[in-house]
Design a protein around this ligand. Structure first.
Ligand code: NAD
Length: 496
């Protein structure tokens, strides 16, 4: 089925670029849709539409913006089943995940930002100098160019679009060319809800053909990006060259620290769910279990047992717990990392292979637990982005914290313990944008999500993300009415 993959100035239309994008369900190998990517001229038109819409949208009252966003949340909620099915098919994501997490999360996010639009914060106006009244204006930045990944297509689009438009900006979003379908419906439903055409534009294409011209466009005022650290570095460098504000949400390699006093059964269940969610293609997924030596064996045995019970299958099948990876290329990348770990002395306690019964053209990989890898090896240091967990033992609390912090990433982490002191110490000393205690994965619209270190900077979700998409202006008004102000004495006297 051929579909139009662009939404520009309120019009859904075909791209005029050179690329044809085939959107697949990697859990069946079936084609879901195909369409033509955007051209540089399409990107220009999308940016121009966003610029034109900015004048009106940025001057709407927060209440008006909020009302449209509340209506949008209701429309999305009424189409949740259709959106879940599409989100599931275009990435091979189990339907239970799309229905239970992706789409409800987006609807809740829209409702949250509808409220947040009316709640911009700042310092009190006052006469800080004595002779002037100072006040703060928090203003939208202008046209935002956003790039999103394929792992949670609609959630990632929402995390970029919602704070931007709630704050009065307009946006051109480039979803991943592998998963653009729900982002296009997102833009259409925004307009049905009363958000004017041109406020949200979607251009689909590859990073080089569409992403690069978008972020480099002279009329794009701010760049926001969610994706890998490697691409984030390039985008950050380009934005810096043009002195554009940039928000980067990048890769992760979350540690999962299990102290000797932890509930081992809870930790084992948490590790399996936290590692396998979205087939491990989650930037906050549990990836490195550090367990105290006293419980290491019992914990890893239980994790392997639970991993072995997970049902792998087609995305649309209600019984499927673990879906496919996004592509055969991603599956082969994951397999290559596990194979190299094996070759360098690590042991694979379970999984570590493509399921024997996987149909041709599908991208499945078994839930995998690796032990005995070196802390400085690839499988411990680099993002695998697959259903693969590595476990290593530790002896002391100091060592656990040191190992947890010993990768370039800092997006998320968890600590498992029955001790309030250990929990507080881990919260303080683990360098990550989120630290869970006795859990791993839950996120909420009211609280920020964003990285430390090479996981990027800036926050998605929550009131903090409105800060990313606004700029602060100081307005300072003389209240003396005097011709000669006291500070003029620095240059000339009142008698001059
Ligand atoms: P990716 O970096 O390959 O691509 C992300 C997006 O950037 C895609 O839309 C892609 O087309 C585009 N792109 C690629 N090269 C580009 C270039 N040179 N210029 C402009 N755009 C370009 O990442 P991915 O494989 O789509 O997603 C997986 C990555 O995203 C993982 O590293 C994951 O950790 C990360 N991620 C991070 C978060 C977070 O919140 N920190 C959330 C989800 C995913």
């Amino acid at each position: 089925m051929t579909v139009a993959l662009q939404h520009i100035g309120g019009e859904r239309r075909e791209g005029r670029g050179e690329e044809v994008h085939v959107i697949l369900d990697p859990s069946t190998g079936e084609e879901v849709a195909r369409g033509t990517g955007a051209s540089a001229a399409d990107v220009d038109e999308a940016v121009a539409a966003a610029r034109t819409a900015f004048g009106d949208w940025s001057r709407r009252t927060p209440g008006e913006r909020s009302e449209a966003m509340h209506a949008w949340a209701r429309i999305l909620g009424s189409r949740a089943e259709e959106l879940s099915a599409l989100e599931s098919r275009q990435g091979g994501k189990p339907i239970r995940l799309a229905r239970g997490f992706d789409i409800p999360g987006v609807v809740d996010n829209v409702a949250f930002f509808a409220g947040a639009a009316r709640n911009l914060e700042g310092k009190a106006s006052a006469e800080y100098s004595g002779d002037h009244t100072s006040s703060i204006r928090r203003e939208p930045i202008g046209v935002v160019g956003s790039i999103a990944p394929w792992n949670y297509p609609l959630q990632m689009a929402a995390w970029k679009v919602l704070p931007a438009v709630a704050a009065g900006n307009t946006i051109v979003l480039k979803p991943s060319e592998l998963t653009p379908l729900t982002s296009l419906i997102f833009a259409e439903t925004a307009e049905e809800a009363g958000i004017p055409a041109g406020v949200i534009n979607v251009v689909t294409g590859s990073g080089l053909a569409v992403g690069d011209p978008l972020i480099s466009h002279p009329d794009v005022d701010m760049v926001s990006f969610t994706g890998s650290t490697a691409v984030g570095r390039q985008i950050g460098a380009k934005a810096a060259g043009q002195v554009k504000k940039v928000h980067l949400e990048l890769g992760g390699k979350a540690p999962f620290v299990v102290f000797a006093d932890a509930d081992v059964e809870a930790a084992a269940r948490g590790a399996v769910a936290g590692a396998l969610i979205n087939t491990g293609q989650d930037c906050t997924a549990a990836t490195r279990v550090y367990a105290h030596a006293d419980i290491f064996e019992v914990l890893t045995a239980r994790i392997a047992e639970l991993m072995g019970q997970v049902t792998i299958g087609a995305a649309a099948d209600e019984a499927t717990e673990l879906g496919a990876l996004i592509s055969l290329a991603q599956r082969d990348r994951v397999a290559g990392m596990v194979d190299r770990a094996r070759e360098t002395g690590a042991q694979v306690l379970c999984g570590g292979r493509v399921p024997a019964e996987a149909p041709e053209g599908t991208a499945f990989y078994e839930p995998t637990l690796v032990i005995g890898a070196a802390q400085d090896s690839e499988i411990v240091q680099d993002e695998v982005f697959g259903p693969v967990l590595v476990a290593l033992p530790f002896e002391t609390d100091d060592e656990a914290i040191r190992l947890a912090n010993d990768t370039p990433f800092g997006l998320a982490a968890s600590a498992w313990t029955g001790s309030v002191f250990r929990a507080q110490r881990a919260s303080r000393e683990i360098q990550a944008g989120c630290v869970w205690i006795n859990d791993h994965i839950p996120i909420i619209s009211e609280m920020p999500h964003g990285g430390y270190k090479a996981s990027g900077f800036g926050k998605d979700m929550s009131q903090y993300s409105l800060d990313e998409y606004t700029q602060v202006k100081h307005v300072i008004s003389d209240i003396t009415g005097a011709d000669h102000k006291e500070w003029h004495d620095l240059i000339f006297t009142a008698e001059s």
